[in-house]
Write a protein that binds this ligand. Structure first.
Ligand code: IMP
Length: 195
């Protein structure tokens, strides 16, 4: 089994990917590799942020690793909040403040098209690979549902009648930006391990 670090402190994300990788890779958290610092993510794109985190772990700890970064891009706001999604309404990183600001910014706006995007960067034996996942949808006028996190209550994915916050985790994961990017990563890793 090859050691592979997921450069995140989110235990739910680790458990989810661990299950998908089965027995080919031993998935390690930042804690597992002795990294107790907050990783910088101060680039101005999601690709830049996922690369910054993965590259840092590879260079400092010399362990194969990958990192993710996601955000919501709203057409009528020229792609905002994008890479700044977590702190759109301020440094307190409050989901409800962010949604309130988003709905206010879109008051009276007809074009409510938006997409969630995830960038994943993998460092495998010093080689860099990137994977992307996108889900298109619209921003609702009101909050709907209480599951999930972030902007889920106001994001209605195309072709569905429920917001992400009204869906179960498995249903969301099957179509979400993060689910798509991680599945691309996992398929790539499985092919590498089988080769
Ligand atoms: P992260 O890169 O996964 O930490 O995502 C950054 C920010 O984007 C989060 O704090 C949320 O505000 C937003 N975001 C990313 N993915 C999702 C999602 O699946 N649902 C709702 N909001 C999300």
């Amino acid at each position: 089994m090859t050691d592979l670090c997921f450069a995140t402190n989110n235990k739910n994300k680790i458990a989810e990917v661990s299950q998908m990788l089965a027995d080919k890779y031993k998935l390690l958290s930042l804690e597992d590799i002795g990294c107790h610092e907050e990783l910088a993510e101060d680039q101005d794109t999601m690709e830049g942020n996922s690369r910054q985190k993965a590259q840092y772990v590879w260079e400092k700890y010399k362990v194969n690793c990958f990192a993710d970064d996601s955000g919501l891009e709203v057409d009528a706001l020229c792609g905002a909040p994008g890479v700044y999604s977590a702190r759109y309404a301020g440094p307190q990183r409050s989901d409800s403040d962010n949604i309130t600001k988003l709905l206010q910014s879109l008051q009276g706006v007809e074009n409510r098209k938006a997409r969630f995007r995830t960038s994943v960067t993998l460092y495998l034996n010093g080689q860099e690979y990137q994977f992307e996942g996108i889900v298109n949808g619209t921003i609702t006028h009101e909050w709907k549902g209480d599951k999930g996190f972030g902007y889920d209550p106001v994001f209605l994915p195309d072709g569905h009648e429920q917001t992400f916050a009204q869906m179960g985790a498995a249903e969301k994961n099957a179509i979400s930006h993060r689910g798509q990017a991680i599945r691309k990563l996992v398929n790539f890793l499985k092919a590498q391990a089988g080769a």
